[in-house]
Design a protein around this ligand. Structure first.
Ligand code: AMP
Length: 613
């Protein structure tokens, strides 16, 4: 056991939001204070210069208190005043020049009569994160790894270190944000790889090409735009609404408070469009007037296309500077909240010719990587899971709560498996896919890694649709699960890091439990399969009775109807698998004449069981 005093935290000190993480026995995790994992990088000062609010409360009061609310301080830290001419025009708080000893004039924020350096403002944020971590561990945390953009120069890195020191932290290392993101995905396990890290946040964009050789990540090139991000996406929606409101109602939205409300609304619509095909825009304009329209994903994608294309142009610049072609990139890692926009993922995937890594929360990936680096520096990095083989089996939940394994424990990676499943109900147009990990036979005894829905299946009789579920684990242990319905071509997918949150001890425990419960589990799995078969066969028989019952003899028809109900009841109540199998067989034999009547009437339906085909 390591003493808590040895803990080194990982901090992502962001332009808009900051996070603190640590790497415990189950791998890295972000420390959440109950208000969510992200601390807005905003500090509100009182007129006298004292800190009044930090984080979300500071941001919430920014409109009322614009000149005393300091945000985006990362844009100023370590820069000379002269470098900032353009930047300062965008900030609502006053920034002044202070002459530096080395002839470089520094920016300072003026709050009342006080002058506050960017390092001091950043220190307030770092101090808050440090306190958050200290509360989490119940004792003071003193050491941290802090991330900075790859393009930060020495002065900016040094200023970030100084901010840490002001916050009472020993900054054991400053690491590049893209390197941290690559570490979070375990890409350091590759001996040689070239990685592109695409980071699109709220207000900044950068792309970095890293080369990993041995254990060192080298920055080959970096490009970007310090004023491009999700805020621009929000603005396209705001502008659309403002334009249409002006046309329809001859109204202009001018007050800062209404503009802010509209901005928040636009952001929510944008976020909704990451998961649905359209979202309602509805704005109450007072005096009984309401602006209303539906915004589709296609319209939204057209609005943001110029911004997305600008990020791709930066990617091409970074590739050119590194003297590489898209095909030379082995992995693409997505960072920043705006990479949740499906069009962004799609376009980046198209440019590099490979699906980007999105399995980890794009807001947390840098902090998680910082925590991993911190644990390495603390000498704590436990034996990572053996990653050239899958530590536990992977599969999906099938009908009735069974675990259908697609990839067995100890399969060498990379690996791939596909199985075809079908629907259970007539006219079923969607299936929920629950991705499971574990050795047990029942879904409830396995660990759920993620759930996604395949929609858009054309209505067909139960058992007809063919849904191919593919598990693909690449050499880095990232699992891509995709589902495709053959007839309609409907597809859905999810990406997961299966090793996340699992310690070698947990793998051992899960394996041992499966051995201890093997016999019971097999029984339970067989019971589920039999019950599914009973449900399927009795449903089919019921339908056939309705359609072709007239064509068989009355006594047989009544007998089938009676047995059908009896078998269903028995299946619900029994745990005797052998008896249930026997009764099912008898029932199936009894219904043969009915099936024949159906066939001679020209009906061709597969007598496949639900679940696996
Ligand atoms: P970051 O600076 O990395 O925290 O990213 C913040 C940006 O991500 C903001 O513009 C958010 O509106 C945006 N964002 C967060 N979640 C989503 C989402 N689900 N879909 C689209 N944008 C999102």
């Amino acid at each position: 056991m390591t003493s808590k005093r040895d803990i080194i935290i990982g901090i992502d000190l962001g332009t808009t939001n900051s996070l603190v993480a640590w790497s415990g026995p189950a791998g890295p995790e972000v420390i959440d204070d109950g208000d969510g994992p992200m601390l807005p990088s905003v500090v509100a000062y009182a007129d006298a210069g004292g800190v009044e609010r930090i984080g979300a409360p500071a941001r919430a009061h920014a409109i009322e208190n614009p000149t005393n609310t300091v945000y985006s301080i990362k844009r100023l830290i370590g820069q000379s005043f002269d470098d900032l001419a353009e930047e300062l025009g965008r900030l609502p708080y006053p920034v002044e020049r202070r002459s530096g000893e080395d002839g470089r004039d520094m920016p300072v924020v003026r709050i009342g009569a006080k002058r506050i350096t960017p390092q001091e403002v950043s220190a307030v944020i770092l101090g808050e994160l440090r306190e958050r971590a200290s509360r989490h561990f119940g004792e003071t945390v003193n050491r941290a790894v802090i991330t900075v953009p790859a393009y930060f120069d020495d002065a900016q890195r040094q200023a970030t270190r100084d901010a840490g020191a002001i916050a009472g932290l020993e900054v054991v290392r400053i690491i590049n944000e893209p390197t941290a993101a690559a570490l979070a995905y375990g890409l350091d396990r590759n001996k040689h790889a070239t990685v592109a890290v695409y980071d699109l946040g709220g207000g900044t964009f950068d792309v970095t090409i890293l080369r990993l050789s041995g254990e060192v990540f080298e920055v080959l090139s970096t490009a970007g735009d310090t004023h491009l991000g999700g805020d621009d996406f929000d603005r396209t929606i705001m502008d659309l609404a403002a334009r249409e409101i002006a046309e329809q109602f001859k109204l202009r939205i001018e007050s800062p408070a209404t503009q802010q409300a509209l901005r928040t609304f636009a952001e929510n619509v944008k976020i909704a469009l990451s998961n649905q095909d359209s979202a309602a825009l509805e704005i109450d304009l007072g005096e009984g007037r309401t602006y209303q329209r539906e915004l589709t994903v296609a319209e939204f994608e057209a609005l943001i296309a110029p911004y997305v294309e600008r990020t791709l142009a930066s990617c091409r610049t970074a590739l050119r500077d590194a003297r590489l072609q898209p095909a030379d990139i082995d992995q693409v890692v997505m960072v920043g909240g705006s990479t949740r926009v499906p069009a962004v993922r799609r376009r980046v995937g198209e440019l590099f010719g490979r699906a980007p890594y999105t399995a980890l929360d794009p807001d947390q990936v840098v902090a998680l990587g910082a925590a991993i680096q911190a644990s390495v520096l603390a000498g704590e990095r436990r034996d990572l899971l053996l990653l050239d083989v899958t530590p536990l089996s992977l599969g999906i939940e099938t009908m009735g709560g069974a675990m259908g394994k697609l990839i067995m424990k100890n399969t060498k990676m990379p690996c791939q498996a596909t199985e075809t499943f079908t629907t259970f109900q007539d006219g079923q147009t969607a299936v929920k896919i629950n991705v499971l990990q574990g050795e047990r036979e029942l879904a409830r005894d396995c660990r759920s890694l993620g759930v996604f829905n395949l929609t858009g299946i054309p209505p067909m009789p139960a058992g007809m649709p063919k849904v191919d579920v593919t598990f693909l684990i690449d050499q880095n242990g990232i699992l891509n699960v995709s589902a495709k319905e053959q007839r309609s071509g409907a597809v859905a997918a999810i990406q997961i890091v299966p090793a996340h949150g699992l310690t070698p001890d947990e793998v051992k425990r899960m394996t041992a439990e499966s051995i201890a419960h093997a016999a019971d589990d097999m029984q339970a799995h067989r019971l589920i399969d039999l019950r599914n078969q009973v449900a399927f066969d009795t449903n089919k028989a019921e339908q056939m009775l309705e359609r072709f019952g007239e064509q068989i003899d009355d006594a047989l028809r009544d007998r089938i109807a009676g047995e059908l109900t009896a078998l269903r009841t028995f299946a619900d109540e029994t745990t005797d698998n052998d008896e249930l199998a026997r009764r099912l067989k008898t029932f199936d034999e009894l219904t043969v004449p009915l099936a024949e009547a159906g066939i001679s009437s020209g009906l061709r339906e597969p007598a496949q069981p639900q679940g696996r085909r």
